[in-house]
Design a protein around this ligand. Structure first.
Ligand code: CP
Length: 323
């Protein structure tokens, strides 16, 4: 594979700067890769010989494990580094950490970091491909992509669909990646949440702003329900969790008043009984675990494309060829 011919460029930092065509290429490439995870032997030699470092400075279950499965199923060699067990805890800078890893001849870095802009900062300073696995409040591009793939799977399209992102928009990198991606794919997007959890000027991104969850349920085809990010909040954004659930919680009683069946997404981790009730999360319209399954295929697609694979050759690559 030739990195220079990657249809995505060197890095995946966010969806803001990708075109609709590039996003479609990732989603279409993920389609054939889904089947690899259903095999008895879940491995193809697409990234044989590539070395990938998963560098996680913040907690993660889904994203870290999903990237690791994607890398291993494509036969890459992988190393996981958590901040607490690395020399970052002794004061080493991010760039020094990455340069030391590069001195051991790596090819890609997947990074989660608590600071917005950390992925771009690193991508501009090292020659390896950098994939943003979530940076502060900025973006979480592979989550946005797997959300779009899951919506497309169930609704048959993204173009013209009405998708409302509900909850803590202010602290959400998932919201930003969804907004950028969905708008580029032709969806209509709304955000809905308490005034304190909507960033100023959010409407300038081209989204509708709805002030009641009942309005979101009337308007939307799809609800993407976000976690209340309690760990990023100073006191005072919501009166109490009980109050939040009473006013903003997505419940069966509220969904029963919808004019149509809504598809329900949540990026996880969920606060059950806060932003979403358990009977909705586990109910017939929830695709929350489908999102997790699709995450592996989307991340395989991103790794393959950044390594120089071409979308039209993904089907052949998964049959046993190296990309
Ligand atoms: N959706 C998501 O980013 O989950 P994790 O924090 O578990 O990776």
């Amino acid at each position: 594979m030739n990195q220079m011919t990657s249809p995505l460029g060197k890095d995946l930092v966010g969806l803001e700067r990708l075109s609709g065509q590039q996003i479609r290429a990732i989603l279409d490439t993920a389609e054939p890769f889904k089947e690899i995870s259903e095999r008895r032997i879940k491995k193809v030699p697409v990234l044989r010989g590539k070395t990938i470092v998963n560098l996680f400075f913040e907690a993660s279950t889904r994203t870290r494990v999903s990237f690791e499965f994607a890398e291993k199923r494509l036969s890459a060699d992988t190393v996981n580094i958590a901040a607490a067990s690395s020399s970052v805890s002794k004061g080493e800078t991010l760039v020094d950490t990455a340069r030391n890893l590069e001195a051991m001849r790596i090819d890609m870095v997947v990074m989660r970091h608590g600071s917005s802009g950390a992925a771009r900062f690193l991508a501009d300073r090292i020659p390896s491909n950098v994939i943003n696995a979530g940076d502060g409040w900025h973006e979480h591009p592979t989550q946005g992509l797997l959300d779009m793939l899951t919506i497309r799977d169930h609704m048959g399209r993204l173009d013209g669909l009405k998708v409302c992102i509900v909850g803590d928009i202010r602290h959400s990198r998932v919201a930003r990646s969804n907004i950028y991606g969905l708008l580029k794919m032709g969806a209509e997007v709304a955000v809905c949440g308490p005034q304190t959890l909507l960033p100023q000027g959010i409407g300038d991104l081209g989204v509708h702003v709805l002030s009641r969850v009942e309005d979101a349920i009337q308007w939307a085809d799809v609800l993407n329900v976000l976690r209340l990010q309690l760990e990023r909040m100073q006191a005072g954004y919501v009166p109490s969790l009980r109050e939040y659930n009473r006013i903003w919680g997505v419940s069966t009683a509220r969904l029963e008043r919808a004019p149509r069946d809504l598809l329900i997404l949540h990026p996880g981790p969920m606060n059950r009984g806060v932003e979403i009730d358990s009977d909705v999360a586990d109910g017939p319209h929830s695709v929350i675990l489908n999102q997790v399954t699709n995450g592996v295929a989307v991340r395989m697609a991103v790794l393959y494309l950044l390594a120089g694979g071409q979308p039209e050759k993904a089907e052949a690559a998964k049959q046993g060829g190296e990309a």
